[in-house]
Design a protein around this ligand. Structure first.
Ligand code: RAM
Length: 515
């Protein structure tokens, strides 16, 4: 069903009415730091504290000099500082290059040529000219950072810096305290998880405050899960759903992502995310208790599945993944055969639509959705599952991946017992494709949980998220392959986002009371 222009306007008006007032607070730099090459640490560089940041106020600096400071935590906001000329005589402007980074590589190598795939303008670098000293400087843009590097390209005689700080902002400021019974190792994971979400909670749920700074539907579903057990800002989830509903593609498909500024507008598509729209909506209604939005957006949810049916023949998903024409994201892994995963994501969509329809008293729709889910589920079991091993195999080459087992579990096509077996057998299969991104890793953990093996879930959670913490994270990273520190889907690690929505779900597991 195409949506009328006026219908979109209604949704966008609702989104606008829910725009949150952002909280603001200041985070001063605490230490001056210096890079140390150390092949034993993540991405080969440490930034060691060399003195309190406040000592800079006493130090004369001149053209050609550089220094770096650190913040006590990763935050999002504008950079502010004071600059004076100690002699009181500044006869030229001051030209500074300022580089802000979430991880050391971004600030240690500001001059390394960038040859990645996404536009290098995402890297947080500014050339700033300050005409008159003394000056209170506030840069106009928003950054996400833990480290700040200053290169003095040209300054009058000597200058001194002080009060380097971030004017932080977000829909929430305080991190909600972890459950009292959590041991310290898990508290650190929980803290980084809710900090990740906090930093992504701006005027909507952003995927990453450094990059892409936009609302991605797949990320939103995971953020809503953590939000439910932490900040409980259901208003922001509702706003995000209205933004997605209000910016459809011409055929009525919700976009994979939406850009907020200067006015809400459609981003690219991601068909598997569209299939998750009913799931995200149903969960939001259930968790917030607000079924009015479920009623309002019901036809949007229904439309997604109706549109996605074109990728099915004889009740089997036959879509071909083409990032330009028909993109089924599923995971950051081009080698992954997506047939089983996408087929089962569609089943999740139908299941959620059936649940929501039933709750709203739309019995006929609920019955039809449940029936469609049953047909697709039966087809999946018959076509994909290897009767000998119990493992789901995908595509013409019958590829074995964790993604296939994970989505069979998520959709209910595998019972908990079958799922446990399939996950275990697949995990031990040589050459099996494992989760490539924290997005898929979330679903792996959730699948072990759904299959009733919380020990395995916790073991993996500690290994993976604990691994990032041991590697210096205080927010969780968009990209994390424990044995490939320099892996980047964008071919340059500086482009990776180190505070990323889809990586922040550990708190969901830790706060659900499973432990
Ligand atoms: C990347 C981002 C984003 C994600 C998309 C599919 O651009 O990491 O969060 O949802 O991929």
């Amino acid at each position: 069903m195409k949506m009328s222009h006026s219908q979109c306007r209604v949704f966008l008006d609702k989104a606008r009415a829910l725009t949150p007032q952002l909280k603001q607070w200041e985070v001063p730099a605490d230490f001056e730091v210096a890079p140390v090459h150390d092949p034993r640490v993540w991405q080969d560089y440490r930034l060691d504290a060399v003195g309190p940041a406040s000592a800079l106020a006493e130090r004369d600096l001149g053209t050609g000099e550089s220094f770096l400071v650190r913040l006590p935590e990763t935050v999002v906001g504008q950079l502010a500082f004071s600059l004076i000329s100690p002699g009181g005589y500044a006869d030229s402007p001051s030209r500074l290059r300022i580089t802000l980074g979430e991880l050391p590589q971004e600030v240690v190598f500001p001059d390394k040529p960038y040859r990645g795939t996404l536009n290098g303008s995402w890297l947080q670098t500014e050339i700033v000219n300050i005409d008159d000293l003394p000056a209170e400087v506030v840069l106009p843009r928003r950054y996400s950072c833990r480290y700040i590097r200053f290169d003095l390209l040209g300054v009058p005689q000597k200058v001194r810096f002080s009060d380097i700080r971030i004017l932080a902002r977000g829909a929430e400021a305080e991190l909600p305290p972890p459950p009292a019974e959590l041991p310290e190792e898990l508290r650190a994971i929980d803290r980084a998880s809710v900090r990740t979400l906090r930093n992504c909670m701006q005027t909507c749920f952003e995927d990453g405050p450094k990059r892409d700074r936009r609302l991605w539907l797949g990320d939103l579903r995971l953020q809503a899960m953590v939000n439910k057990v932490s900040y409980r800002r259901f208003d922001l989830v509702a706003r995000s759903l209205y933004l997605l509903a209000g910016c459809p593609r011409p055929d009525g498909e919700v976009c994979g992502c939406v850009m907020e500024h200067p006015a809400p507008r459609p981003g690219c598509h991601a068909h598997d995310f569209a299939m998750l729209f009913p799931v995200t909506l149903e969960e939001h209604c259930r968790w917030s208790g607000d079924y009015a939005i479920g009623e309002e957006l019901f036809s949007v949810a229904e439309t997604q599945l109706a549109l996605m049916e074109r990728f099915f023949r004889n009740d089997i998903f036959v879509g071909i993944n083409d990032p330009y024409l028909n993109w089924f994201f599923v995971d950051h892994d081009l080698d992954l055969d997506r047939q089983v995963a996408v087929h089962c994501i569609m089943v999740c969509g139908w299941n959620a639509l059936a649940t929501l329809a039933r709750k709203l008293g739309r019995t006929a729709v609920a019955d039809a959705a449940a029936a469609r889910s049953a047909v697709l589920t039966a087809a999946a079991r018959k076509r994909f599952v290897n009767a000998r091993t119990g493992v789901a195999e995908s595509g013409p080459d019958r590829q074995i991946s964790m993604a296939s087992q994970i989505w069979m579990v998520q959709s209910g096509a595998f019972s908990p017992e079958e799922g446990r077996r399939a996950l275990t057998v697949a995990e031990r299969t040589p050459g099996v494709l494992r989760p490539s991104s924290p997005y898929m890793f979330h679903y792996l953990l959730d699948s072990w949980r759904k299959c009733g093996d919380e020990d395995r879930m916790l073991e993996l959670l500690k290994e993976y998220y604990g691994g990032m913490i041991r590697n210096g994270a205080d927010t969780f990273w968009e990209v994390y392959r424990p044995n490939e520190p320099f892996f980047s889907p964008y071919r340059d690690v500086r482009m990776n986002s180190a505070c990323h929505a889809w990586s922040g779900t550990a708190a969901y597991f830790l706060r659900k009371g499973y432990l």
